[in-house]
Ligand binder design. Structure first.
Ligand code: CA
Length: 230
C-alpha cells in the first residue's frame, strides 16, 4: 500500500521538487500552496505524513499543526515542518505545539526523503492497523464491529442493507461491480426482504457520506466502484 504524503508549501519550485522526488520514491503525493486548503486536505485525504511549510498564505504552519493535533480524527498524523533558518525560534514553538520533526531550508530532496522515511517508521501505520475492524477516510469512520458510521464524530443512521453494501464496496476498493453482483454478493445473507434497487441504496449511502460521497463512483453502463484510497 502506498503511503500518502501531503506537501503544503507556497514556494512552487520547492513544492515541485518535493512532489517529484517523493513520487519517485513510491509515495502517493498530494500538494497545496495554501494553508487553509492544506488543512482541509489533511481532514479529507487522511495523509500519513504532512510536510508543512511555516509561512503560508491563508493560515500559517503553526496554526495548521495545532488544529491537526486538536482534532481526534487527525491527531495521529505525522507532521514535519519545513522552515527557513531565520524562523527557528518559531520552529521551537512548532515542536511545542506538536510537530514531530522539522527540516531547515535550504534542504536537499535526499535529506527530505530520508527524514520522511524515518518519521514514517516511527509512526504507527494508522490505516493498515485499523483495516481489520474499520474503514477510515478523513473524518469518516465505518466501524465494522459496532456497525456504526460516523462523520466528523457524529453517528450517521445507516440501514442494515446500506451498511453491508458500504462495507462490501470499501473492502473491494478499486473493483467495479455490476448491480447484479452487488445484489448477489454485496447484500447477500440479508434476512429481511430488501429493496432490490441497488441505485436507491447507493443514492442513500452517498447522501449520508456527505463530503465523501464521491468515494462511490458510478461507472456508466457497468455499475459502481469504491475509489481506491487505502
Ligand atoms: Ca512559505
Amino acid at each position: 500500500m502506498k503511503r500518502k504524503i501531503l506537501v503544503v508549501e507556497d514556494e512552487l519550485d520547492i513544492l515541485e521538487v518535493l512532489e517529484f522526488n517523493l513520487a519517485r520514491e513510491g509515495f502517493k503525493v498530494l500538494t497545496s500552496s495554501d494553508g487553509e486548503e492544506g488543512l482541509a486536505l489533511v481532514k479529507s485525504e487522511a495523509p500519513d505524513l504532512v510536510l508543512l511549510d511555516l509561512m503560508l498564505p491563508g493560515m500559517d504552519g503553526i496554526e495548521i499543526c495545532r488544529r491537526i493535533r486538536e482534532d481526534p480524527v487527525t491527531s495521529q498524523t505525522v507532521v514535519v515542518m519545513l522552515t527557513a533558518k531565520s524562523e527557528e525560534s518559531d520552529v521551537v514553538l512548532g515542536l511545542g505545539i506538536g510537530a514531530d520533526d522539522y527540516i531547515a531550508k535550504p534542504f536537499s530532496p535526499r535529506e527530505v526523503i530520508a527524514r520522511v522515511k524515518a518519521n514514517l517508521r516511527r509512526a504507527p501505520d494508522v490505516q493498515s492497523k485499523t483495516r481489520e475492524d474499520s474503514f477510515r477516510y478523513g473524518d469518516l469512520v465505518v466501524d465494522y464491529a459496532k456497525h456504526e458510521v460516523t462523520l466528523a464524530g457524529s453517528p450517521q443512521s445507516f440501514t442494515a442493507t446500506e451498511f453491508r453494501l458500504l462495507r462490501f464496496l470499501a473492502d473491494h476498493q478499486g473493483r467495479v461491480f455490476t448491480r447484479d453482483e452487488l445484489l448477489t454478493r454485496g447484500i447477500k445473507g440479508e434476512v429481511v426482504v430488501v429493496d432490490r434497487n441497488i441505485d436507491v441504496h447507493i443514492r442513500s449511502i452517498r447522501k449520508k457520506l456527505g463530503p465523501h460521497r464521491d468515494l462511490i463512483e458510478t461507472i456508466r453502463g457497468v455499475g459502481y466502484r469504491f475509489k481506491e484510497v487505502s
